[in-house]
Design a protein around this ligand. Structure first.
Ligand code: ZN
Length: 251
């Protein structure tokens, strides 16, 4: 009967040194198991809102039947944490929002005077949709490209009436790119009380729904809206291309 060779008994004449080298390390408890690298999916960065900022955004969204827009304000050490939302003078429809450029310039001045840096107030563009979909429209994309395309990074955030959210970070560093952000309300930092009285005043001061019956029947309402000069605002009014001037501010 022939004895079967076993791993434990090296064949006669085998070079012990070579054998030792081939042996797996004795400290490895599972020597025959292939090494498996843990590939955890990189965590998606999130855009976070303070409870107060979120409550204000819900108020603005539900106050009327049009879109409402504003800028997110964030601490310098955590620029994706929105502690406040500030509106500026704007003309709105159910499918568009158009900021007054002089009002935006004033807003930027005020923020700089308050000691903030542009990445704290000029990078997160927020607006609401009065419908169920938070998907950006072609007008939204064009605005995002035109106004924020030259800044090193920017976020477009949309909250729809139905609760759907859309958040996308675009960065122009290196080869550039964009990624979707998760969205959540962040309760881990102190936050002030809701102030619906102040929010109502701000809404009335800044948000000016466009009257659709001004449009000529048969014409494209989008084009008419975009070409129409801003007509209602208690702040300085300016030309019909509100974003042209501020583009230089937010780079
Ligand atoms: Zn939109």
């Amino acid at each position: 009967m022939t004895a079967l060779p076993t791993d434990a008994a090296p064949a006669a004449g085998a070079n012990p040194q070579t054998l030792t080298q081939r042996m797996p390390a004795t400290r490895d408890p599972r020597p025959n198991r292939p090494l498996r690298l843990k590939r955890s999916r990189p965590k998606r960065p999130s855009l976070r809102f303070s409870p107060t900022a979120w409550a204000k955004l819900l108020f603005l969204r539900d106050r009327g039947d049009t879109e409402v827009g504003g800028f997110g304000i964030a601490p310098r050490a955590d620029v994706l944490r929105v502690d406040d939302i500030v509106t500026v003078c704007q003309q709105t429809t159910p499918v568009t929002v158009k900021f007054d450029d002089a009002a935006v310039a004033d807003f930027f001045d005020q923020q700089i005077d308050a000691g903030r840096h542009p990445e704290q107030f000029g990078r997160i563009w927020i607006h609401t949709h009065p419908g169920d979909s938070a998907q950006p429209s072609s007008v939204d994309e064009a605005t995002f490209d035109r106004v924020f395309g030259a800044s090193d990074w920017a976020v477009m955030f949309i909250l729809a009436k139905g609760g759907q959210v859309y958040a996308r970070l675009r960065y122009n560093l290196g080869p550039g790119g964009s990624l979707r952000l998760s969205v959540r309300v962040d309760f881990t930092h102190p936050f002030p009380a809701a102030a619906p009285g102040d929010w109502e005043q701000e809404y009335q001061r800044h948000v000016h729904p466009e009257r659709w019956d001004h449009f000529r029947p048969g014409d494209d309402p989008f084009l008419q809206f975009l070409e129409a000069p801003l007509a209602t605002c208690d702040e300085r009014l300016s030309d019909p291309d509100p974003f042209e001037e501020i583009s230089s501010w937010i780079m």
